[in-house]
Design a binder for this molecule. Structure first.
Ligand code: NAD
Ligand code: ZN
Length: 395
């Protein structure tokens, strides 16, 4: 009998060591960081530093920790990670605290890994599921997706102050909901394909359950949470959505599996037209495209488009800045989205670029017809976008 070389199927789940969430918890940051390191470097940008410096400084003082802030350059590139890692080494720091949005947090992880020290995520917006994962997304200087960088550890601590999140412009929370809704859509597809997760191997039941829970919590709480955050209120719905966007989606995507939605996001970053959109906003175009591509039931697709349009997420190519572009531009998106290393190949069928192109193109008419049916206003192109982009460069 021939010898079998089949490897046993492995399943894995990875997680941050501690997750802390609540109104005002930033004031306790020092006491949570002290067991992890004695010389922290806090990576943040000027906007976030202004909002948090007094609280962080006082909490570090109470915990007997020195305070050292380092300004984040704005784009999570390999060069920026190297620069911060050098600063960590130069000052003998032993833990990097990423304080801000997903880009700052990803750079803190990359710098901590390069410098051989531990790292902590302190998201000040619930805009992505970056804080909990053991990976960073690396971009070119121009803001195009470059690669995923994987680490052997998740953050030692993730700490989210829900009052800070509620005080931030609501668009951040909405973007985080877009990112988190994709988690179940993608994990479900990866599971059907028996595809690998970002944690390595196949998904556990726990990873899949977290992805599903993120979805359920959001369908129940997203609309009231968005209403509350418009008024800077921390309600139980806001707490639920912050947890779904950050912890449930974070563990759910990493240990549940990515598929087309994020690959299409990555493709969208390859053209400058979409750079006005936040991460989760681009992901939402990816989610709709994936649902079309995998032939989800029409009612399900339309329900998803309507729900996300009501939340204020883009559901048409027009809103993505791609309403009247040459087909070549969409081809560039699709080419990047279907690159051999992309997670789109986690779909349970062979992915053909022409099919992805047609699915993406179909989003325009679909989004418009659902909006019209639901009595929602017509989509606006970015020039007419009245929502102020809250960051100079949203990768
Ligand atoms: N590593 C992962 O697992 C993972 C997962 C999802 C997304 N990401 C990455 O995250 C990045 C996107 O993150 P993002 O959408 O948070 O954007 P961002 O980090 O690019 O920008 C956030 C902006 O919000 C501002 N800000 C932060 N807190 C604020 C507050 N409380 N009030 C007002 N302004 C505030 C910051 O000054 C900054 O300008 C992308 O690079 C994406 O690839 C990574
Ligand atoms: Zn994402």
């Amino acid at each position: 009998m021939a010898e079998t070389t089949a490897t046993p199927v492995t399943r894995s789940l990875i997680a941050p060591a501690r997750y802390v969430q609540g109104r005002g918890v930033l004031a306790d940051l020092g006491s949570y960081v002290a067991p992890i390191g004695s010389a922290p470097l806090v990576l943040t940008d000027a906007v976030v530093r202004r909002m948090t410096e007094a609280t962080v400084t006082e909490s570090f003082r109470r915990a007997g920790l020195p305070v050292r802030f380092e300004e984040f350059g704005g784009t999570p590139t390999a060069a920026e990670a190297r620069r911060v890692a050098e600063t960590v080494a130069e000052h003998g720091c032993d833990v990097v605290v990423g304080l801000g949005g997903g880009a700052t947090i990803d750079t803190a992880k990359a710098a901590g890994d390069e410098a051989g020290v531990r790292w902590v995520s302190v998201p000040t917006v619930a805009s992505t599921d970056a804080p909990t994962s053991a990976l960073s997304v690396v971009y070119t200087e121009e803001g195009a997706f470059e690669s995923y960088r994987f680490y052997t550890r998740n953050p030692d601590l993730v700490l989210v102050d829900t009052q800070l999140v509620a005080d931030a412009p609501v668009r951040f929370l909405v973007s985080g909901i877009g990112d988190a809704l994709a988690t179940w859509i993608e994990a479900r597809a990866a599971q059907r394909a028996s595809g690998p997760t970002m944690a390595g191997g196949l998904a556990t039941h726990a990873g899949i359950a977290l992805a599903r829970l993120s979805w359920d919590v959001l369908w129940e709480n997203a609309l009231p949470a968005v209403e509350a955050v418009r008024r800077n209120l921390v309600t139980p719905a806001v707490e639920a959505v912050v947890e779904a966007n950050t912890l449930l989606s974070g563990m759910g995507f990493e240990s549940g599996g990515l598929a087309a939605a994020h690959a299409i996001h990555d493709g969208l970053t390859a053209v400058p037209h979409t750079h006005h959109l936040a991460h989760g906003e681009k992901v939402n175009i990816g989610s709709i495209t994936q649902l079309v591509l995998e032939a989800a039931p029409s009612a399900e697709i339309r329900e998803f488009v309507e729900f996300t349009a009501r939340l204020g997420l883009p559901t048409t190519l027009t809103e993505a800045g791609l309403g009247d572009v040459d087909e070549e531009v969409l081809r560039t998106v699709v080419e990047a989205a279907t690159a051999p290393e992309e997670t789109i190949h986690n779909l349970p069928f062979p992915v053909v670029a022409e099919d992805v192109l047609d699915a993406l193109t179909s989003v325009e008419a679909l989004g418009r017809s659902v909006r019209a049916e639901a009595g929602l206003p017509e989509p606006q192109a970015p020039e007419q976008h009245r929502v102020k982009v809250p960051t100079a460069r949203m990768a």
